[in-house]
Design a protein around this ligand. Sequence first.
Ligand SMILES: [Zn+2]
Length: 439
Amino acid sequence: MTDYQKPIPAIQPWTREFWNATKQGKLLIQKCQDCHSMIFFPKKVCPECWSDNLCWQEASGKAQVYTYTTQMDMVEPKFRADLPYVIAMVDLEEGIRMTTRIVNCNPEDVTIGMNVHVVFEDISPECSLPMFQPADETLRRLPPCIDECESLATRSGSPVSPDTYETIIYDIGGKNGAVCTITLNRPSKYNAINYRMAAELIDAFRRVRDESSVGVVVLTGAGEKAFCTGGDLEIFPSLCEHKSSLNWLSHEGLDVQRAISGCEKVVICKINGHCLAGGLELALSCDLIYARESAMMGATEINMGLLPGWGGTARLPRSMPIFRAREIIFSGRKDYPAKDMYDMGLLTRVFKDDEFEEQVETVVKNIASKKPEALRMGKEIMARSVDGCDIETALSVERNGIQWLTYAPDVQKMMEGFRQKPSDLLARQKETNLRSDNK
Ligand SMILES: [Zn+2]
């Protein structure tokens, strides 16, 4: 009970009786002695006539499902272990409609009008939560035991931190520690992603967010054969079960994408070899993508009757003209040369193999020399602008963001400098322009 991590109801003087009853497996409702209204959730006064002459009555606990929805994704992390789960409104026999959860059954078996009975989940010494299970015992099923829904930490093995990373390398370098390089480090497996690598990537990108010296993150692959060829074959058997495949998509997949795309630093993807399936999706979560001329790319999921599920099907058409994105996803080709991907509008740039390291380093150095706050703000404004908010909203985010940048002491000092004589001003302007020209 003490390990219950989800929110616990705050008990008020006028709800204490209700919660005390839940501990004894009873569902109480209130009745107004004056206008005879039934009241739920407990209140101080009757919402119909404002009388405080209320009494308690025990409900039978029998109800019918009025409506419901199945939560598959998009929940607070603390609720994730419960996915998928059913949130429902049920009508009690006594005429009360309450919001609750339908438990102890397959979400697919829930129907509107289904008869349900109250059950209580013990969550704290003060209260138990009323939920409902099918009245029909043949539909009941106990929740999976802990072994079945093992956590990400369990699936990925030992604790995850830079000291214990097994599948990636986390290295902070560059001038004043402004560049963090995260290297996918399973070169003998073409840097394929397994549970461990997913957990380490999530950890690394969350960690780098708080590294104040770092302005730019470079994501690349070890060795010369591959950047990343997607999910490791070793994970596929584990995806046969509904819950595990959902976990792989919504826990590992979504968390990796969010950790990268939501990183407040500029993330540069450096594609040094084959970049396929999940590897392409990692690249799509980054801010800039540079590739070696010899790199081969593609989305191969459809060859297995699937589609890119780590953001690729959604992000590819947002990253290039949709008629080209469709070809990449529908063809399943794994041999798009980097140059073709560039021509199709996907990549930032392609460099010749023998110039690749040097050219990317020049870009990284240049961007890393810029003010981190300006980079962060630029990333945010551009993301808002392309991610579907209307132009007026995007312009207002831009105005506010840039005004915020303007008030930084160093920028104020520079502005103040422009009070000087016009000739000085000209010299300064020249100097500022020159500075921004150097690549
Ligand atoms: Zn009343």
